[in-house]
Design a binder for this molecule. Structure first.
Ligand SMILES: Cc1ncc(COP(=O)(O)O)c(C=O)c1O
Length: 430
């Protein structure tokens, strides 16, 4: 089953000659011993490999790979991509600050999002970022005013809503007419011409992002084709256009998905934009960090109820929300390599939180499991730790980064004392 995971994850013999799941050269149980469970851990080698695939796929174009921080905003993760040459796609002042703290140069940062506040726009202007992806006429007006006030010009792209259904989960589709993102395609020419006249902005081009976990090339092809046609029209009218930001969204394999390769995705982008001969930016998140992460948890109890067997683990929806939010399922691997002859049976893998949605897998075929055993959820590097909370007063989950034989704790588990210390009681309760 580990063949679904990146090569950095494999069953190998540990020091005691027991075959266990490794992250690069580190046995998973040794990280569990150090951090306790549950925890996330990431393989540096996978990040390097995946970034390299994007860079290779876009060779020959003038493309900047802006890692979408929303997928995983741990400082060490951002810094790992920054070291490889990545820029950043941010959607808040917090993400912008983290990108800068991780060493991403401001001139490699694009700022997306429908609700950028005045304070966020001002902060990003002062930082001198590469581009604001403007998502509405009011945002354009506000950014222009703030920039004028500061005696600056804001480099902008207008984000196009191309009205394309991305064949993905409803909650991660962003490019349909009724989605809140971007500006309707037919409204762009007028707004673009207006933006060209504004003294507080410099018009760089157009931006696009149609959704996430997209596992076919056709929605990308349709959307990019529409945007390239639009770009050609705008250029034909003598309007400035030097960059196209094509967003992120490339899917990964959670089990039954068969996403296109990064190579084919890159080839499509190159082909569709060739006529324009301009700078490109892309904003991959999931496809860069998803396959690099595991969420490791320990079996607490086995419980038989009716005709079901529940494997109750110590990770919960507060640690990884995707199953509860999207009905997503992740590969689940026993950390101790199962005997291939062991009979497999259907189980429900559930967490301890008081919600039925706290279910990681239903009717999953697993070999026999024992309380105390470790299970690793694969493909958990993206939209995992970032969405974690302390719901049910569970301390925020820690994260580790592996590189060869080295392990670093890159976010510590919150302590109960720390959680208590952040609370304040009003005088009237004293
Ligand atoms: C504007 C924007 N860019 C990039 C991304 C990253 O998407 P993904 O992680 O699917 O590559 C998102 C996420 O939905 C987004 O909203």
């Amino acid at each position: 089953m580990s063949d679904r995971l990146h090569d950095a994850f494999a069953y190998r013999a540990d020091e005691d000659n027991t075959r266990v799941l490794h992250v690069e050269d580190v046995p998973v149980p040794s990280i569990a011993q150090r951090l306790g469970t549950p925890f996330y851990c990431y393989a540096s080698a996978t990040m390097v490999d995946l970034y390299g695939r994007f860079a290779a796929a876009l060779e020959g174009t003038r493309a900047l790979i802006c890692y979408a921080l929303k997928a995983n905003d741990n400082l060490a993760v951002i810094q790992s991509f920054a070291r490889l040459g990545a820029g950043a796609d941010v959607v808040s002042e917090g993400e912008l600050r983290f990108a800068r703290a991780a060493g991403v140069p401001a001139e490699r940062i694009v700022f997306s999002g429908v609700g950028k506040t005045e304070a966020e726009l001002a902060f990003a202007l002062d930082e001198g970022i590469l581009q604001f992806n403007v998502e509405s006429a009011p945002e354009l007006a506000r950014l222009n005013a703030i920039a004028l006030d500061k005696g600056l010009r804001a480099p902008i792209a207008l984000r196009v809503n191309p009205d394309v259904a991305a064949a993905t989960h409803d909650k991660v589709s962003t490019g349909r007419r009724h989605d809140k993102f971007g500006i309707a395609l037919e409204r762009i020419p007028a707004l673009y011409a207006e933006a060209a006249r504004l003294p507080g902005v410099t018009l760089m081009g157009l931006a696009l992002h149609i959704g996430s976990q997209i596992t076919e090339l056709s929605p990308f092809e349709t959307a990019i084709t529409r945007v390239v046609e639009l770009a050609l029209r705008l250029k034909g009218q003598g309007l400035p256009l030097t960059r196209l930001d094509l967003g992120g969204g490339l899917g990964i394999d959670y089990g039954d998905d068969r996403p296109p390769s990064v190579k084919d995705y890159g080839a499509l982008l190159s082909r569709l934009t060739a006529k324009l001969d301009i700078e490109l930016a892309i904003e991959p998140g999931r496809a860069l960090i998803g396959p690099a992460g595991l969420l490791v948890t320990r079996v607490v109890y086995l419980k038989e109820a009716g005709d079901r067997t529940f494997v109750i683990v110590d990770a919960a929806m507060n640690d990884m929300l995707r199953p509860a939010l999207y009905g997503a399922e992740h590969p689940a691997l026993p950390v101790a390599e199962p005997d291939p002859r062991a009979p497999q049976g259907p189980v429900d893998i559930v967490g301890p939180v008081c919600e039925s949605a706290d279910t990681f897998a239903r009717d999953r075929l697993m070999p026999p499991l024992q309380p105390g055993e470790l299970i690793a959820f694969g493909q958990a590097g993206a939209y995992g730790a970032v969405m974690a909370s302390s719901y049910n007063r569970r301390p925020l989950v820690p994260e580790a980064l592996v590189k060869g034989t080295a392990v670093a704790t890159i976010r510590e588990r919150w302590g109960y004392a720390e959680m208590l210390a952040r609370e304040r009681r009003p005088d009237w309760l004293a």
